[in-house]
Design a protein around this ligand. Structure first.
Ligand SMILES: Nc1ncnc2c1ncn2[C@@H]1O[C@H](COP(=O)(O)OP(=O)(O)O)[C@@H](O)[C@H]1O
Ligand SMILES: [Mg+2]
Length: 352
């Protein structure tokens, strides 16, 4: 079937970039979001502004869209489940469900024997004490659901802090993780097509600040062996799920050169933004190709790239980048420059 319309659940900058990519391929983008001032709203051909559980709007949205995707794994599960019976959802409900919950994400990795960060599940206050005894300090407490950009996370350095940590995350179900002294953070962004074709972009090296992405550099300064290992892990993950679309795997590289999976994002990813400028086909175009059953494009990189996020009030000085000739500036058009909010990004290129 020729895909004419693509529905995107969520209206953030990732949705906006997917919508733009769809349009350039001749596919009409349609957005559903509860927030009328989301960045993607201005870019879509058709917009449904409604709460996630509004069945009437979900029905209309599903009828309007040939394929539906998401800009976040944290879209309301009941809404995804409702749409799944009525429309083509890619990636699948099963994949999105696993990665909505940090606990099922970890048990999924354990089942595949993929090394990940040692953790314990936290349901009650007392579980923290047990986890601390088992995994030690320092540690990170993370809510199982809804976290992003370091939200829902609290670092634990001491026993006293541990006692407050559960309160700080409002006693939501959580995981307690050992704090990892990694030597590098890297990510692997790639796509799997409808017929199983897999294409990876080069590994990306990431710097986080306060548990949030600050800057990504491509190519990552890692050995060919690490690159292959990361791609093998990516492949095992997407094949296990019969996954369709772009997916990102975040890794911690340890000083002894072993790779631990930190997190999996079943969607386009902030660390893949460099592809907008440094590759013929961006991660957004690649995602649209994959979920629409089209062939994947080349992921070959045409330049070295550094991508820096523009966060909070930094947006007010962002136009200074226009004086840097090899920088490409992307501002997302968000009105409220809250602290810690991603307002845009800038990518600078240099010759290979
Ligand atoms: N167990 C950990 N050890 C060391 N650093 C961590 C750990 N967990 C998270 N971090 C830091 O916080 C960042 C964000 O955490 P992550 O689990 O990826 O959540 P998010 O969904 O917010 O991206 C990581 O990229 C890393 O820099
Ligand atoms: Mg992360």
């Amino acid at each position: 079937m020729t895909i004419k319309t693509l529905g995107i659940l969520g209206g953030g900058q990732l949705a906006a970039f997917i919508a733009q990519a769809a349009r350039t391929l001749g596919i009409s983008p349609i957005i559903m979001t509860p927030h009328a001032d989301d960045p993607a709203v201005a870019i879509a051909d058709k917009v449904f502004i409604a709460p996630w559980r509004d069945a009437e709007h979900l029905d209309q949205f599903s009828r309007a869209c040939d394929v539906i995707t998401v800009d976040s794994e944290n879209i309301d599960y009941a809404a995804l489940n409702y749409l799944c019976g009525r429309a083509v959802l890619r990636p699948s409900l099963a994949a999105l469900g696993i990665f909505q919950d940090r606990l099922s994400e970890r048990t999924f990795l354990q089942a595949l024997n993929i090394p990940s960060v040692p953790f314990a599940a936290i349901a009650y206050d007392g579980d923290i004490r047990d986890a601390m005894a088992e995994l030690g300090l320092p540690a990170v407490l993370k809510t199982r659901f809804g976290g992003y950009d370091g939200k829902g996370q609290t670092a634990i350095q001491s026993t006293t802090q541990a006692q407050h940590a559960f309160m700080q995350i409002a006693e939501q179900p959580a995981i307690y993780e050992k704090f990892i002294n990694f030597s590098k953070e890297i990510s692997c962004v790639g796509a799997r097509g409808l017929h199983g074709q897999i294409e990876f972009y080069d590994l990306i090296e990431n710097q986080n600040e306060n548990h949030m992405l600050r800057q990504s550099v491509v190519p990552a300064a890692v050995s060919e062996t690490i690159q292959q290992q990361a791609q093998q892990i990516f492949t095992r993950i997407v094949q296990a799920l019969d996954y369709v679309g772009v997916l990102a795997v975040e890794f911690f590289l340890l000083p002894d050169n072993t790779l631990l999976v930190n997190e999996i994002a079943p969607r386009v990813h902030n660390t893949g933004h460099f592809t907008l400028d440094a590759c013929l086909h961006s991660q957004f175009t690649q995602h649209v190709r994959a979920i629409c059953g089209l062939p994947l494009g080349t992921t070959q990189r045409l330049a070295n790239a550094t991508m820096r996020n523009i966060v909070g009030e930094e947006v007010y000085a962002a136009q200074q980048w226009l004086y840097t000739p090899n920088a490409a500036l992307y501002l997302y058009g968000k009105k409220d420059a809250r602290a810690g909010r991603k307002m845009g990004h800038v990518t600078t290129l240099s010759a290979l």
